[in-house]
Design a protein around this ligand. Sequence first.
Ligand SMILES: [Fe+2]
Ligand SMILES: [Fe+2]
Length: 345
Amino acid sequence: MATVHMVTRRRGLARRLAAGLGEGHTVTRLAPAWFPAGEPDLLILEGAVLERLAPALAGLRPAPSGATVPVLLVAPRRSVARLAPDRWAVVDDVATTPVAGPLLRRRVGNLLERRRLETAARPAGLAGASPVSTMQAHTARLRENPVDTVFALTRAGTFRDEDTGAHIRRISAYCAELCDALGTSADFRDSLYHASALHDVGKIGIPDDILLKPGGLTAEEWATMKTHTEIGERILAGGEAACLQMGATIARHHHERYDGTGYPDGLAGEAIPLSARLMSLCDVYDALRSARPYKAPFDHGTATAIITEGDRRTRPEHFDPAVLAAFRRISGRFAGIFEATAEEG
Ligand SMILES: [Fe+2]
Ligand SMILES: [Fe+2]
């Protein structure tokens, strides 16, 4: 049973959110004056109280347990758009009002999962440690194992649309298979295994009404959607670990096409980093195999035929010929990976 604290002056909003959350949570409403109280598993914050609470929230990072208490901001889209960068530093995710129950449950589920992973991963013996030593232990852990930490921190942001956890795991596995088929170095393969999972992390910066829109996007919305590539690069840039550097490259270039018709830079041929050339074929295969609001899932044979022969949206010219040839040789492995995890959703 997760403990959720809701900080809002509006009883009606608290009631609606609690109803939207459904069962499995102990929800307590706190007036801003009572905050902070104990260490909940999740804080849900009404937009209007953020300004007042931001300093107290900064003090919660990391919380006494050593894990972060995730913060979900519930606010009208207008005020989210005006949020200052230092306020984003204390907010983990945003749900714009009015919030639909399924969306709220998804957001809350993701944040609680992150909290669970962080709590499970925290170094032993930190309970009761001073905030400084807790912070030092975290920093040391981040240096030792940036991969796990980054995964825990980015997972929450990347599962808002069709990209489920199973999709991310399959992408990593397809990439590793392609690396083996192409005979890349083991270091490249390992980095790509981790980095490919981060390809859509920039979607965290795309508003819900565009990301989750059931119908087609307008030209303006599509232009916004495409910025997930640049946002992702900005999120991951500056990391020292090889997989983070590759993650930044993949985030920016995973929608480039070999014939130069992709985005955001319209790169062509070998100007597109190899990691992104591998990744894009894997992403297209998985999207073809998966159900989407606008299409039923294709079987392996159809997905393979679309990639190697083309259809109205996809052309073989979109892919690096060497990567395409490797895919032809080992496409049966892609089928095996998909079928092993498809049940997970
Ligand atoms: Fe993408
Ligand atoms: Fe994807």
